[in-house]
Each structure stands twice: as C-alpha cells, then as structure tokens.
Ligand binder design. Structure first.
Ligand code: ATP
Ligand code: MG
Length: 392
C-alpha cells in the first residue's frame, strides 16, 4: 500500500516569533518547487507548525523521499495517513486498517504514542494509547507491546484531522535556503569547496559561485567538471549562478613579476579580491572557501591571514577544522566525491612553486604585489568584465 501524504517536520529552534513565518513560507516554497519537478501533483500546505504534502495523483515514492531529503530546513519526513475525525470507534478502525495495510508481517513490538493538538477531543492521550494498544493486540495476536524499545512507534496526532504515521525518515536539517542571505563560493574542482558550499547553504544561505579558469593551462574539461560540481551542489542549495573568470593573464603576470614561492598566496589574494567584487554585484554578503588549517602551504595560519587581508567582507571556511577524511565523508554523503576526484588539472597546481612560503608576512606579500602595479588593475578589470555566467 502506498502512502499518499507526507508530514514534514522542521526543527523549531530559532524560528520563533516573526522569523517563523519566513522560515515556514520559504520551506513550503522549496518543497513545492522540488515536487513540481517530479512526476505527480502535490498539494503542499502548512497548518499550525506542520507542513503537509499530499499527492493528488500517482507518484514515485522513493523519488519524492529522495527529493525531500535534500531540502534544508526539513528535520524529518513522515509518510502518513490522514483521516477525518469521525468519532473514537472510527479512529480505532482507521488505526487497525493502517497497521494491516502497512505491515505485512505482524511479528513486531509496538507502542502507541498519541498526542492531542485538539484538546477538545473527548479522550485524553493516555487513554488513546491504552485503547489503541489494546485493539491492535487483540486484532493482530502476533504483535506485542514494548514501551521501551518498540520496533514500531505508532504516532497518532489528533488535530482537526487525525494523522497516523510510524515511519520517520530523517531530513537534512539546517534552514531553508534564502532565509539567511547570500554568499559567494570559491568553487574549484577539488573535494573541499563543494562541501564548504553545501555546509553554508545548509544554514539557509543562498549560494552563488565563482571559478577561476586558466585556459589553456586548465582544460575545457576542468571547467565542465566545475559546472558539474555546481549542479550537484544546486540539488541542495537551489540554482547556483556560476561565474567563470578567465584568470590566465593575471596568473601569468604574477608569475612574471613576483617571487615564485609567493605565487600561490598572491594568486589567492587576487581571487579573493575578484570574488569580493562579484559578490558585491550579486548582492552576496560573504565569501566561502574550502580551506582547512594546515592542509597545504597556502592554508597555514599565516597564509590564511594573508589571504584574508585581501578582502573586506567575511570569509566563511566551514571545513577549517576538518581532517581530509572528514571532508571526504561529507562529499561522499552529498554525492560530489566521484566528480571531485576526476583527474583534471586545476589552475593553482600548474603554477605552484617547488618550495612555496608557508609563513608569509602580509608586509612581504604587499611589497611583492607592488611589482604588479603597472598592469594589474587593468587585468583585474578585464577579468571582471569578461566573466562568463552559467546557471547551474
Ligand atoms: P579544493 O579541494 O576545494 O579544491 P584544495 O584542497 O585543492 O581545495 P586549494 O587549491 O588550496 O585547496 O584551494 C583552497 C580553496 O580556494 C578551495 O577550496 C576553493 O574555495 C578556493 N579555490 C582554489 N582554486 C580555485 C579556483 N580555481 N577557482 C575557485 N576557487 C578556488
Ligand atoms: Mg583545489
């Protein structure tokens, strides 16, 4: 028997008062948007702290669950049966029908957990638990009650209508995208930056992305890979506007003028400056990177400080304290890992020095950047003017 409705629960912490409205409305909009892309018609509605999605036609259950389980803000997805309140005897019948239809094998332990949203309902929760438990035991003699660790927890919510459910599929948690502003993700072809984007989007932040491309040193396929990664992130974050910056001339110019052991840091700083500019244009309030302390020379404390000093808006580095394996675990979970490890060159690896500085001082880097004075502004301006934008 297939469920026709879903009860969608969200974490209520932090969504009291006025914010709650925004949070719920955004969540409903995301759910509608996600379901519209699937086969089947759904009505999505909200009602006193609950969101319901009810099918009006045939649909693919697994596809719907998979789609819902990528929407930030959802704490749990409960396939349920909703019945009219036609009196207490009818409720008992409905619960028996539910158990019969959804559990072929009746060898299980259970507990009934009733709650009355509607306090005028003539029977209190405790009594509902006892009575429903009794009729289930009586009708299905293979079942047993276990109040501590039941196989099946049967929830019965008495509201204007009555919700019956017993399956709770965890959602991704977080907050609905768009309820917490917007940020610009520096998205490379690696493992870390898609994870970083996912983590910030999870907090309700809308994501735009920027990729620094260096043709012919980086191939068209490396760019396609980043587009693919942006699309994978967009399954969670919603559409990502990817900005592709042609970085070749800037990189060559830095290579030409600056000490090679400082190349990575200086390139980094120009990436941050351009990203900050694009963030401003896109209405984004922060940058996001996939940096993690100590992972490579450009991610020591001193290098991070030097990179930070190049921009004025906040830089979020959500994987800063993660080990590589922990980042890999998230990337596998969200489905970006396989694409991330495809072996295409990225624009930094081509220009890396054999012995990059690991403890750059900001003063020293600034002095090196003075050597770029003649042409750098013009090159940056051209890079910004010729940005290619792709909706992912
Ligand atoms: P990742 O696995 O995310 O590529 P990484 O381990 O390769 O990271 P770096 O190459 O030092 O580390 O990059 C650190 C961060 O800088 C990346 O996570 C990303 O946010 C940003 N970055 C690096 N290269 C680029 C690029 N070509 N375009 C956009 N952002 C980049
Ligand atoms: Mg990288």
């Amino acid at each position: 028997m297939q469920y026709q409705s879903f009860l969608i629960k969200y974490a209520e912490i932090g969504v009291k008062g006025k914010n709650r409205f925004l949070f719920e409305d955004a969540l409903v909009a995301h759910i509608r948007h996600a379901l519209k892309r699937l086969d089947g018609d759904f009505i999505v509605s909200k009602e006193s702290g609950r969101i319901y999605a009810t099918a009006q036609s045939e649909f693919d259950f697994d596809e719907v669950v998979e789609s819902l389980s990528r929407i930030f803000g959802i704490a749990a997805i409960c396939p349920m049966v909703q019945v009219e309140d036609n009196g207490y005897e009818d409720l008992k019948q409905q619960v028996l029908t539910y158990v019969d239809q959804y559990y072929d094998d009746k060898h299980f332990t259970f507990k009934v957990y009733a709650r009355r949203g509607n306090k005028r309902y003539p029977v209190n929760s405790e009594q509902i638990n006892r009575d429903l438990g009794e009729v289930i035991l009586h009708t299905f003699p293979d079942t047993k009650v276990d109040v501590h660790k039941p196989d099946v927890m049967l929830y019965v919510e008495v509201r204007n209508k009555i919700n019956i459910y017993s399956k709770i599929i965890p959602g991704p948690g977080g907050m609905p995208v768009g309820t917490n502003g917007k940020a610009m993700l520096l998205l490379s072809g690696g493992i870390d930056s898609p994870v970083a984007g996912y983590m910030i989007a999870k907090r309700g932040v809308k994501i735009d992305a920027v990729y620094f491309h260096a043709p012919p040193y980086t191939s068209e396929r490396a760019k396609e890979k980043v587009i693919d990664l942006a699309k994978l992130v967009s399954r969670y974050s919603g559409p990502v506007h990817l900005h592709i910056v042609n970085f070749t001339d800037i990189q060559l110019y830095i290579y030409d003028k600056c000490p090679h052991e400082e190349l990575t840091i200086i390139m980094r700083r120009y990436m941050m400056r351009i990203a900050e500019h694009l963030a401003g244009e896109a209405g984004a309030q922060a940058l996001i990177t996939g940096e993690s302390i100590g992972q490579v020379a450009s991610q020591t404390m001193q290098s991070l400080a030097a990179t930070d000093a190049a921009c004025t808006i906040p830089v979020f580095r959500p994987v800063i304290g993660f080990d590589k394996q922990e980042i890999v675990d998230v990337s596998e979970k969200i489905g970006t890992y396989e694409t991330s490890v495809l072996p295409f060159e990225d624009c930094c690896t081509i220009f890396v020095a054999k012995h990059p500085v690991t403890k750059p001082s900001i003063k020293m880097i600034e002095r090196s950047e003075e050597k770029l004075e003649e042409k750098i502004d013009e090159l940056v301006e051209t890079a910004i003017r010729t940005v290619e934008k792709v909706w992912c």
